[in-house]
Design a protein around this ligand. Structure first.
Ligand code: IFM
Length: 739
C-alpha cells in the first residue's frame, strides 16, 4: 500500500528555497535534514538536526535544537564555471520527493553562461532502516563537449543556529585518504556527535584539507562528452544526547565503511523496505476526484514518520518536527492533542513512548509547580529534554523603544497540564493498556489533577480558575476560560476514576470531589453560545474580514497592539470549538453548531491549529461543505501558495490534523465507552480506506458514501451511527440500516 503520489517543486524559485527545503526535508525520527540544494544560495537555510540534542548558547538564550555541521553542500565547477541556477539557463527542471521511498530527486539540464550544457541529476535519502545513514548521489553528464569537473564537499562546521554556535571541534581526521570524520562536542558537556562521510567520484583526483571548521575533500575529473560522472557521498551521523559511547569514533567509522561498501542503490533498497512497513501500518487511501486530497494525506504521513523519535522516549515531537529552527525545536501541547491520536490509533506502542516522554519530565513539572506555588505537576509550556521550562522570557523587540514583549504562555497557558491528562485517558480508552494506567499513566493523571486542585480561587462558594490563557492566545489573563475549566474537570474526574488509589494523598479524594462539585463551568447563553471566558461577551466586536483573508499571518498585530486585541472579540482560534473537538459529549449538537457559527466571524485562524479542528466540529454538526472547506484549508498550511509559510520548519501539528480531519471528521471515528463510526464522506470522495487499531484489534476499514466494509483481527462490537454491530472477521454494512 505504498503511496504513488509525490511532492513536486514546480520551478526553481529563489523565493521558495526555504519553503521547499522544509516541505521536502528528509527525516527518520533520529535525524532531520532540510532539503537545501547542493550548491549555495544566500536565501537558503541549511539544517540538520538530531532528535533530542539541545544546547543553550548564552545566558540570555534558551535551549535549542542544535543545527549540526552541514554535509549536503557541494561546490561544483563545470569547465571553470561555478554551477548555480542563478546564472545561465535552466533548460529542464524536475524536483520531487517520492513519499514511498523518501528519496528527493532533482533533474536539470543547465546551460552555463558560456553556452555549454550539462545534465545534472541528484538524489538523496535518509535511511529508514539505519538511522544515522544519509546518502547522496550525483550524476553529471556534459552534453556538448568533454568537460573538466571539479567538486568540493565534506563536513562544514561553520553551520550555526542563526549565528549561535553550540559545538566545539573535538577532532578532525581523514582515514584511508577518503573517510572524513569530524567529532564535535556539545559545549559545556561530554556529549559528542561523530560525523563521517565518504565521497567517491569516478576517475577523479582527490585532496583533503581542514580549514576554518571545514573538513573538505576536493576532487577533479575529466569527463568525455556523453559520459557521466557519478558522485556518491555516504554519511554516518551519530549522536546520543545523554551519554556518548566511549568508542564512538571507531564504531561510527566502521559503520560508515560498511555503508560505503554496500553503495547507494543497495542502501536505498533496504531503507525502502523499512519505509514500506510504515506505509502498511498507517496509509490512508482515497478514491476521489481530486488527487490533491490523497497527496495531502501522504505528505502528512510522510512527515509524521520523519518527525517522530521512535528510538528515544526522552525526546518527543517538536512543533516543527526535525525540519527547522522554528520554536527552537521545543515541544508543545501540539504533540498530545494533534499528533498523539494518530499513533494511538495506528501504532499504540509509539503513543505510549510519547506519553512516557512526559513521564520522564515529571520532576521538572513538579519543580515548576512548586516554584509557582502550586501542587502537583505544572508542565513547561515549551519543553526540551529535561522538562524545565524553555519558553523564552521575551518575544519580539520594539526596536524604537528597545523594550521586549514578555511571553505570557509559560506563566498562564496552563491548559497544557490537562491536555496531557486528556492524552493519557485517550490512550487508555483506545488501547485498554491497563498496565500503563497502573504505572506511568496513573502518575501523570494524578500529578496533573493535583495541580488543578491547587490552581483554584474560592469565589462565592465556587471554585474559579483565574488568570489563564486558553488555546486562543489572543485573549490573555482571563478568568474561567471554558476550555481550561472543562479540561481541568476532565483531568480531575479522570484521576479520581482511573488512578490507582495507592497514589492518592490522604485528602485527595475529598478535595477532588469538592473540585468537581464546585468548579465554575461556563454555560451556554440563551442563544446556545458557550462563552469563552467570564469577560468575552462584554468585549466589542470588530470586523475581521480583512485579517481573515490572510490567516496565519497575524496581520491584525500590524494595526492593533496585543493589549488592544485582548480587549476585543478577536480570536486566533476559538477555544469553545477546540473544547467541542476534545469533549464532544459535553454539549448538544445544537449548542456546538450555534457556538461554531457565532465564533466564526470573530476568529482569524492565525493559529495553524485552528482550521482542521473547526472542520472536524463542522463535520460532526453535519455541516458538510464547511467541514470539507476547513479541511482543505488546513491542508494548505504548509502545502499552499504562501512562499514563506514554512521557512522556519513544518507545522507539525497541522500534519497530524490532516489525518485527524479525515479519521475523526469524515470517517466519524470516535471512542467513548466503545468504538463508534459515523461516516460523512465529502462529495467527490468515493472510497476512503484506512487501518485502525482498537484495544489490540487490528481493523481495516473501507467507507463509501453508502456502505462500510470492515475486517477485524478479533471479534468486535462497535456502533455504526445509532446501532450496535457485532463483527467476526469481515462484514459489509449499509448505512441506511443503522440510522
Ligand atoms: O502550541 C502552539 C500554540 O498553540 C500556538 N502558537 C504555536 C505553538 C506551537 O505550534
Amino acid at each position: 500500500m505504498k503511496p504513488t503520489t509525490t511532492l513536486n517543486e514546480p520551478s526553481f524559485n529563489p523565493q521558495t528555497l526555504d519553503k521547499y527545503a522544509t516541505l521536502m526535508a528528509l527525516g527518520n525520527g533520529y535525524l532531520g535534514i532540510r532539503a537545501t540544494h547542493e550548491e549555495s544560495y544566500s536565501l537558503q537555510t541549511r539544517g540538520m538536526y538530531l532528535a533530542g540534542l539541545y544546547h543553550r548558547a548564552g545566558k540570555r538564550d534558551v535551549t535549542e535544537l542544535i543545527n549540526l555541521p552541514d554535509v549536503v553542500g557541494m561546490h561544483i565547477e563545470l569547465d571553470g564555471v561555478i554551477f548555480t541556477l542563478l546564472s545561465g539557463d535552466m533548460m529542464t527542471w524536475r524536483r520531487e520527493l517520492a513519499f514511498s521511498s523518501g528519496e528527493v530527486v532533482r533533474d536539470v539540464v543547465w546551460r552555463a553562461p558560456n553556452g555549454r550544457r550539462y545534465h545534472i541529476e541528484s538524489r538523496r535519502f535518509l535511511s529508514a532502516a539505519q538511522k544515522p545513514l544519509f546518502a547522496m548521489r550525483l550524476a553529471i553528464t556534459p552534453l556538448d563537449y568533454d568537460a573538466h569537473i571539479s567538486l568540493s564537499t565534506g563536513i562544514d562546521a561553520t553551520q550555526t543556529n542563526s549565528g549561535r554556535q553550540h559545538l566545539d571541534e573535538v577532532s578532525l581526521r581523514v582515514y584511508d585518504e577518503r573517510f572524513l570524520q569530524g567529532v564535535y562536542g556539545v559545549q559545556e558537556s561530554d556529549v559528542k556527535v561523530a560525523i563521517g562521510c565518504h565521497c567517491a567520484l569516478t576517475n577523479a583526483v582527490h585532496r583533503v584539507r581542514a580549514v576554518n571548521r571545514k573538513l573538505v575533500q576536493h576532487a577533479v575529473s575529466q569527463v568525455a562528452l556523453g559520459e557521466t560522472l557519478i558522485v556518491e557521498k555516504i554519511c554516518w551521523i551519530e549522536g546520543h544526547p545523554d551519554e556518548t559511547p566511549a568508542n564512538i569514533e571507531q564504531t561510527s567509522l566502521h559503520a560508515l565503511k560498511a555503508a560505503v561498501a554496500a553503495g547507494y542503490d543497495a542502501l536505498l533498497a533496504v531503507s525502502c523496505k523499512a519505509l514500506a512497513q510504515w506505509w502498511a501500518q498507517c496509509r490512508v487511501t482515497l478514491d476521489c476526484d481530486d488527487i490533491q486530497d490523497q497527496r495531502a494525506l501522504d505528505f502528512a504521513l510522510y512527515h509524521l514518520h520523519a518527525m517522530t523519535p521512535f528510538h528515544d522516549e526522552r525526546a518527543s515531537i517538536a512543533a516543527k518536527g526535525l525540519t527547522g529552527e522554528g520554536y527552537k525545536g521545543h515541544i508543545f501541547w501540539d504533540t498530545e492533542i494533534f499528533l498523539l491520536p494518530f499513533y494511538v490509533y495506528t501504532q499504540p506502542e509509539v503513543a505510549r513512548r510519547l506519553l512516557r516522554y512526559r513521564w520522564h519530565t515529571l520532576p521538572g513539572a513538579l519543580e515548576k509547580a512548586r516554584r509557582c506555588g502550586y501542587e502537583g505537576a505544572l508542565f513547561p509550556w515549551e519543553s526540551a529534554r529535561t522538562g524545565e521550562e524553555e519558553t523564552p522570557e521575551f518575544a519580539a523587540i520594539n526596536i524604537r523603544t528597545g523594550e521586549r514583549q514578555r511571553v505570557a504562555s509559560a506563566l498562564a497557558e496552563h491548559h497544557l497540564v490537562a491536555d496531557i491528562a486528556w492524552a493519557v485517558l485517550r490512550y487508555v480508552h483506545i488501547t485498554a493498556d491497563d498496565a500503563f494506567l497502573q504505572g506511568e499513566g496513573g502518575e501523570l493523571l494524578y500529578q496533573t489533577a493535583c495541580f488543578w486542585l491547587s490552581r483554584t480561587t474560592e469565589v462565592d462558594d465556587h471554585l474559579d480558575i483565574h488568570d489563564v490563557i486558553g488555546p486562543d492566545e489572543y485573549t490573555e489573563h482571563v478568568n474561567n476560560n471554558a476550555f481550561t475549566n472543562y479540561m481541568a474537570l476532565y483531568n480531575v474526574a479522570g484521576a479520581l476514576k482511573y488512578c490507582p488509589r495507592s497514589l492518592f494523598s490522604a485528602d485527595f479524594t475529598a478535595r477532588a470531589a469538592r473540585f468537581i462539585a464546585r468548579l465554575r463551568l461556563p454555560e451556554p447563553d440563551p442563544n446556545g453560545v458557550l462563552p469563552q471566558d467570564d469577560s468575552f461577551f462584554s468585549k466589542p466586536f470588530i470586523d475581521l474580514r480583512r485579517y481573515q483573508a490572510e490567516p496565519g499571518k497575524q496581520t491584525i498585530l500590524l494595526d492593533y497592539s496585543r493589549a488592544e486585541v485582548n480587549e476585543m472579540q478577536v480570536l486566533k482560534q476559538a477555544d469553545a470549538v477546540m473544547l467541542f473537538y476534545l469533549q464532544p459529549w459535553l454539549f448538544s449538537e445544537a449548542v456546538q453548531e450555534s457556538s461554531l457559527k457565532w465564533y466564526l466571524p470573530r476568529t482569524i485562524h492565525d493559529s495553524s491549529l485552528s482550521k482542521t479542528v473547526h472542520g472536524i466540529v463542522a463535520a460532526r454538526c453535519n455541516l458538510a461543505d464547511m467541514a470539507y472547506r476547513f479541511w482543505r484549508e488546513g491542508c494548505q498550511i504548509d502545502l499552499g501558495d504562501d512562499p514563506h509559510s514554512s521557512d522556519e520548519g513544518l507545522h507539525a501539528a497541522a500534519t497530524g490534523a490532516i489525518w485527524l480531519g479525515v479519521i475523526e471528521g469524515f470517517a466519524g471515528i470516535s471512542v467513548t465507552d466503545e468504538l463508534c463510526i459515523a461516516p460523512r464522506l465529502p462529495e467527490g470522495w468515493r472510497t476512503l480506506r484506512f487501518p485502525l487499531c482498537y484495544k489490540g484489534i487490528r481493523l481495516t476499514i473501507a467507507l463509501t458514501r453508502t456502505h462500510l466494509e470492515m475486517t477485524a483481527s478479533a471479534p468486535l462490537t462497535f456502533r455504526l451511527f445509532d446501532k450496535a454491530v457485532s463483527l467476526t472477521g469481515q462484514g459489509r454494512f449499509a448505512y441506511q440500516d443503522f440510522i
